[in-house]
Design a protein around this ligand. Sequence first.
Ligand code: SF4
Length: 401
Amino acid sequence: MDGPRVTDLYRLLPEEMDALVADLGERHYRADQLLHALYHGFPAVLDEVSVLPAAFRARLAAAGYTVDTPAEVRRQTSADGQTAKLLLRLIDGTLVESVLMQYDGGEGRHPRSTVCVSTQAGCAMGCVFCATGQMGFARNLRAEEIVAQVVSAARLLRGRGEHVTNVVFMGMGEPLANYAETIRAVRLLTHPRAFGLAQRAVTVSTVGVVRAIDRLAQEGLQLGLAISLHAPDNALRQRLVPTAGPHSVAELIAAAKRYGATTGRRVTFEYALIAGVNDGENQARALAALLRGQGAHVNLIPVNPTAGGYRRPPRARVLAFERVLRQGGVNVTVRVEKGTEIAAACGQLRTDATRAVPSAEQAAGERATAGQHRLAEHHAEADGDRRAEVEPGVHVAANHR
Ligand code: SF4
């Protein structure tokens, strides 16, 4: 027999919160109080929403509404302190990872705190160079479980007097394969009465579900879109992204063009560079020929170490690939990785049940040490000025790409 139906209050859009409050016979301002408490106070449980009278909290609970914050079971922090990977346990015991990346502002720029969220536990897409892809698929995450990852990071930042500035849907899973929950999460994160991020501060990444890209373009949202391409031809792409299905490279590029035309947002193509597989200059020329004149942007991501045995190309080869694209008239950046030493970089997220999960006390003190620690920074060349740049549109922590 099913138990009583329970709804997490973080699931409700502000309009739904208004309706709930009205249904329970309360005045409208209670909805605003509740939303403000959720998205500014970040309560772990409903009883922490102390701005509401205890009697109203009890009525909410009796009506089946709750706040179920995931438990943080492990936190790994890079040596420079700028990248933190959070392992969260959801209410049913499912483990998911998300990554918080902080970037110094640099000259004339604001500092950024970007959260890379997972949309699925595991992933069914099976990209051969991706640790998540090798885990297989467990389940879709609900919108409130996606939002909870951002709230967890926001809670962590609040202790330092900082806040979340960007969210990228680039963690575990294919966001557009969990379309409805992804969109609900986006609306919660960008609604001015909820988390309140600017739509342009949110980027959704996809391995390329053409129909869903077209649907996303019609949502009336100003989201960044990143498409994981990884190959300039269909045969190689099929090898690297075995479940890419019938969509050809040309179809993906056409979908990106339609998205850009409808939303006015530039689309980024992610290209994971793998030594001896897709890093040849001929392949760079083929890619340039495909993208020239489209206003597209390419992020080159030297692939991260995972169990798949794929290697990143030597630096000189990466730069040669970049040069060919640039000479071919394509905007390009090379990502400088953050979080590799804590396996928080692209393609490294994996909630391996066999890994020891430390206690919360251990987690709080756990810090990674050696290795690289740049996950999502990019080298950008603009006006001849070479600088490190963090793009919200990049497959950062993730996996994708
Ligand atoms: S790269 Fe993205 S789409 Fe591919 S297997 Fe990994 S998480 Fe899934």
